[in-house]
Every structure is written in C-alpha cells, then in structure tokens.
Design a protein around this ligand. Structure first.
Ligand code: AVI
Length: 323
C-alpha cells in the first residue's frame, strides 16, 4: 500500500472513531475489526461449527462448481475474475481450480482491505496454482470500485462471497450494488453470497459462540484503538452482546460497559465516559430472503439471473446482471 493511501486510511480511522464514540448511542464500524489479530479471529470464526455460513457456501460452490464455472465462461477474449473481500480464498479456490483445469483464459484479481490476507493468499496461490495469473490489490470496497471501471476490455465477473454485503445497512448495500452495477457492461456478472433468514436461534448461536471467539473478535476493536490511538480501554470491562430481529433479519453486535468508566484516547485528545450498561454498536449482519435480495437488486439496476443454495437452504449465492 502506498504511503498516501495509508495516511488517508489512518485519518479516516481517527475521524470515524472520534465520531462514533462521541455520538449517542455510541457506535464503531465493523470494518475496523480486521487487523492482524482480527483476521486470525475471523479465520477461527469461519472454522467454528456454529458459524454455518462458510460451510454452506463451500457446499454450494463444491456442489455446483461446473454450472457456476460455465456461467462465468467467456467465448471471446477471456475474462477478469474480480473478488472483493477475498480473505483466504478457500471457497474461491474451488472455482479457480475448475477454471484452470478447463482452459479458461482469465486473470484472478483478489481485493481485500487486509494487507495481511492479500499477502497470504497471493503466496499460497503461487504455490498451489502456479499456472494461475493473480493480480491482487489492497483496498476498501468503495475505494476500489472506481478502479473496476477500467476493467472493461473483456468480460468481468465480480465475486463477493461470505455474505459480506450483510455488514451494510440496506441504503449502503444499495449504494454498493449500484456502484458495482456502474462498473458492469451487459455481459458482466455479479456473483454474490447472501445469508438467508432462518431459525433465529441458529443465527444467534453463530454470532454468540460458547467458546467466546466472536466475543474476542468484537472486543478486538477496542484493543486496536488502544494500540493505534494510544487509548486506555479496559477491554475486560466490556461484554459482547448479540441480538437478532427475525422480522427485519438484522443481527446486531454490541459491546456493553459492565461498569461506569472514563476512557482517554490520547491521539484524538478525547475523553469519553461510559455509564454502566452503556452500549457501543459494532456490527450488523443482515439476513435475507429472495424478496429482499430482488428488491435490493432492482433498486440498484440489477436483476437476479439465477441462484444456488445449500441442502438446508441456510445460504444463497445469486448471479446478478445489469438490467
Ligand atoms: C464478514 N462478515 C460477513 C461476518 C458476518 O457474518 O457478519 C463477520 C462476522 N462477525 C461476527 N462473526 C462473523
């Protein structure tokens, strides 16, 4: 990452932390979960039995590899397979393997906010799939969208797995989808995972595991503020709380102060106080149904071509096109 981009990111982090912790009720953006420790904790989350999303999407991609791969195939000049939020690429590798084994002419372009994740994935792919052309980038979704417009010489397939869109409220999700659509031409595809509404207890368990990994993941945002902004949060005085509204399909994560306290954030020259049981809202993880996905797509000028689900119907990957 160049120095200018890093400075800009540090400034945004400071501004957003200051804004969120000075508001009432307090909030922080879940995009700040992902430092080195956060990446590792998210890997651990994805391996937990309660966090069904990863297994379900893996099942979908493993069961329908050929059908999905052939939907991606281009007949003329090859294609760019662009993945936003690539992470460790474990699921995508199923498609990458099919595509390399079946003579697709393509470049894989993984993009992730985590520098660490991008480096690991690039090194891993160089070893596991040496014939694959990889052109990775580090960046935030909204930041890289502009650059995607330049990818218009050949067919483009944009992949967003893991129900990452669920971390955005509907207006932001529509904004994100619209911006993706604006980078697409008629033959381009958007392949996107949306976690589905289901037994509310199953959702709650996925975000409130007994082993406390999700709690550690949530609290890591305070540890990061302590380290990067020279703050003195006593992380042990916060507890992780999850709620799920089955009507709206919105799961929300909070950190709750278990006692009244004052916190100093030196780099922001900011003192904040917490009352006992005061909350910091840290994340939403939206759950969807077909109607909601169709509505979001329509609002963004996209249409659903087809979708794939797992045996339990917990999760769906949708293939979207520009209207
Ligand atoms: C990355 N994102 C889609 C995950 C989710 O399910 O909202 C992050 C996560 N938060 C808690 N557990 C996992």
């Amino acid at each position: 990452m160049d120095i200018k981009a890093k400075t800009q990111r540090d400034t945004t982090f400071k501004t957003e932390v200051k804004e969120g912790l000075s508001s009432f009720p307090k909030y922080l953006s879940s995009k700040y979960f992902y430092d080195k420790k956060g990446d590792k904790l998210f890997q651990d989350i994805m391996a937990m039995p309660e966090y069904y999303l990863t297994g379900c999407e893996f099942e979908i991609l493993a069961t329908h590899t050929k059908t999905i791969g052939e939907l991606f195939r281009d007949r003329e000049n090859g294609l760019d397979l662009i993945e936003l939020g690539a992470g460790d690429g474990k699921k995508t590798k199923l498609l990458l393997k099919y595509m390399t084994d079946n003579n697709f002419n393509f470049v894989y372009k993984p993009i992730d906010i985590s520098e660490n994740a991008v480096k690991l994935l690039t090194n891993n792919l160089a070893q596991e799939m040496p014939s694959l052309t990889v052109d990775a980038e580090i960046g935030e979704y909204f930041e890289v969208l502009e650059r995607l417009k330049g990818f218009n010489k050949r067919k483009k397939v944009i992949v967003v797995l893991g129900s990452n869109i669920g971390n955005l409220l509907h207006p932001k999700a529509i904004d994100f989808l619209t911006k993706l659509k604006d980078t697409m031409l008629a033959e381009d595809l958007l392949f996107m995972g949306f976690d589905q509404k289901k037994n509310p207890q199953t959702v709650l368990d996925a975000y409130n595991d007994q082993t406390g990994i999700t709690a550690a993941f949530n609290k890591n945002i305070l540890t990061r503020i302590n380290r990067e902004l020279d703050a003195n949060f006593d992380v042990n005085k916060f507890t992780h709380w999850e709620s799920y509204n089955p009507e709206s399909g919105t799961a929300k994560s909070f950190l709750i102060a278990t006692e009244a306290m004052d916190v100093r954030i030196k780099n922001l020259d900011l003192d904040i106080s917490f009352e006992q049981w005061e909350t910091i809202h840290t994340e939403i993880s939206q759950k969807y149904d077909d109607k909601t996905v169709a509505w979001l797509a329509e609002q963004a000028g996209l249409t659903i071509e087809t979708s794939f689900t797992d045996k339990k119907g917990y999760y769906k990957d949708y293939v979207l096109r520009k209207i």
